[in-house]
Write a protein that binds this ligand. Structure first.
Ligand code: MSP
Length: 561
């Protein structure tokens, strides 16, 4: 079921809908949902950001920008960095730095990345921040007080790389070159060792009914494909064994200490998931649950993945703490590179900062949102990026702006007012299809954006721009400008073309603000007239002057990059 048919865009009542009755008392701290609260996963600082990380953030950023254009008040956009655990401890040791210095460095790389790519967050949570540590302590104490955490002797196969104890079904055996057999994690292929220790466990095994009850509402996981998968896993039940939620400090020193314990740190995933609550001001929640939580399929419930973090742990922990479980997990697929999984081992990890040197930050942002889909993996290749950006941003959008604002056809450097009589006389026949397409943009593109189908929204916009380029050419304005008798016809052609650019410019703001803004500036569209509803008002009725600056929306990229 598409999100918007439930009312994100078309029927706002979805935001304030009441949750179906529940066995446990899920307390909702929210009385009204006039706000919009969106989250990204928090990013591991064990390596620098790649295009997959950027993509997750862009999905959320485009959504919050779209909400702001819809004039939604109180838009909260949370992101951040996940800084605890033995992997980070190890990464810092490899760099011969203290963990916190290492975390500071990578965390600021993320901040720089977000600045460069226009990811305009309102809250950046670092799990090493004091307010977050307090939130984890409070949350832990709630789980303990409600009887969901117990202390016990534990023995099992532990995988350091996965930072988890694995069950038999999560193990596989491989044969070494010398013929000996060893057990490894089926997910990561990394070795496991038999470990006996004392730690705290969360009673996940008692949560099946609650999880199935939560999942009854199919809107909680989107798209449907992921909801169905998750229901299957939870019904089957093997992912619901009690989960260890602390580690001995001797093994994981770099973590949040378990309250009241001197020898245990909190399991990194429990620590990390609480970051969403930290952003909402927990324990004094101002907004809960988030309206949308974006995440990649690997951290929901994918087959063969050891842990079903957001699909199982997250709702279970929240229900355990007496809080409302997630209301909308929006799951996306992955980026592959030249049709292979992106991995350090294959050496094919694409750094957005490096790619932006060739294609610009705006270009890369556009490409990722234009090509990525929630339901299936998308493939990155330099040739594809180059072709797409040149064809759409340079040759279609940029070219149309140059054509109608160039001094050859637009000697007065103006955006002519709409004149209904001239329109009827000179343009109606050729422009009516285009105008109808423009009139459909607010609802149609709005619906696609509301459902996180950005690629479909951009398709609609680009095809309007193609129609407008055709319309412009058919009218041959370079001939019209030569005769004073054709001035009305010329103005009419310029008006229709610029209206197309105005509407498309407004609709492109969530996708590529770095290009939409100079486009709207060039057309002298006031800042106060760039909201989603401003697209519905076709036809400016006053002639305005264009901005005198020369604007190049997107510079063609040369093929040998
Ligand atoms: N730290 C955890 C999340 C904790 S949230 C409480 C984590 N971090 S991550 O840095 O590994 O991943 C962050 C996001 O990047 C996830 O949504 C993940 O799906 C996404 N991506 C990582 N690789 C990706 C691709 N190749 N393609 C698209 N997104 C992918 O998991």
């Amino acid at each position: 079921m598409p999100l918007s048919s439930r009312g994100l865009y078309l029927n706002k009542s979805f935001l304030g809908r009441s949750r179906p009755g529940s066995r446990r008392n899920w307390s909702s701290a929210i009385s009204s949902r006039d706000d919009y609260f969106i989250t990204t996963p928090i990013f591991y600082v064990n390596s620098s950001p790649h295009i997959g990380h950027l993509y997750t953030s862009l999905l959320a950023d485009a959504a919050q920008r779209f909400q702001r254009l819809l004039c939604k008040k109180d838009v909260l956009f949370m992101t951040g960095t996940d800084e605890h655990g033995s992997k980070i401890q190890q990464a810092a040791a490899n760099f011969k730095t203290e963990p916190i210095d290492y975390c500071d460095k990578i965390s600021s790389e993320y901040k720089d990345l977000f600045k460069e790519f226009g990811v305009d967050y309102s809250h950046f949570i670092r799990t090493t921040n004091k307010n977050h540590i307090n939130a984890v302590h409070h949350f832990w104490n709630q789980l303990l007080a409600r009887g969901h955490i117990y202390k016990g002797q534990y023995s099992g196969w532990y995988c350091t790389a996965d930072e988890a104890f694995l069950t038999d079904t999560q193990l596989t055996e491989v044969t070494n070159p010398d013929g000996t057999k060893v057990k490894v994690s089926a997910e990561s292929g990394r070795p496991v060792e038999w470990t006996e220790e004392t730690n705290y466990k969360f009673k996940l095994s008692s949560m099946q009914d609650d999880l199935l009850h939560w999942l009854k509402d199919e809107r909680v996981v989107y798209p449907d494909k992921f909801h169905k998968q998750l229901v299957g896993w939870v019904k089957e039940g093997s992912c619901l064994q009690d989960v260890s939620v602390s580690r001995p400090i001797s093994r994981v020193r770099w973590g949040v200490p378990v309250p009241g314990s001197t020898d245990q740190t909190v399991y990194v995933w429990l620590d990390a998931l609480v970051s969403y609550l930290t952003a909402a001001g927990y324990p004094d929640l101002c907004s809960w649950p988030p309206t949308r939580q974006i995440l990649g399929k690997d951290i929901l419930n994918e087959r063969n993945i050891t842990h079903r973090f957001h699909g199982v742990y997250w709702p279970a922990f929240l229900i355990g703490a007496g809080l409302e479980p997630p209301s909308s997990l929006v799951v996306h697929s992955h980026w592959t590179v030249d049709d292979e999984k992106m991995s350090k081992t294959l050496g094919n990890v694409v750094s957005p900062v490096v790619a932006a040197k060739d294609f610009s930050a705006a270009g890369l942002r556009y490409f990722l949102l234009r090509e990525g889909t929630l339901h299936s993996d998308a493939n990155y290749s330099n040739e594809k990026v180059l072709r797409k950006l040149n064809a759409e941003l340079a040759d279609t959008l940029g070219n149309l702006l140059n054509r109608c604002t160039g001094k050859t056809v637009n000697a007065n450097q103006h955006f002519p007012a709409f004149n209904p009589e001239h329109y009827k006389q000179y343009c109606e026949k050729e422009a009516s299809g285009l105008v109808e397409s423009l009139q459909r943009i607010p609802d149609l593109v709005g619906e696609h954006y509301g459902n996180f189908n950005y690629y479909k929204g951009v398709d609609v916009i680009i095809s309007c721009l193609h129609e407008a380029n055709k319309f412009f050419e058919t009218n041959q304005p370079w001939k019209l400008r030569k005769s004073a008798d054709c001035a009305d016809h010329l103005n009419c052609v310029l008006h229709v073309t610029m209206e197309t650019l105005r509407v498309c410019g407004i609709a492109l703001q969530p996708i590529v603000p770095q290009i939409a803004q100079p486009l709207l500036d060039k057309l002298s569209i006031p800042l106060a007239e760039r909201s989603w509803d401003d697209m519905r008002r076709l036809s400016v009725n006053e002639t305005t002057s264009l901005l005198s600056d020369n604007v190049v929306l997107y510079k063609r990229v040369l093929a040998n990059k």
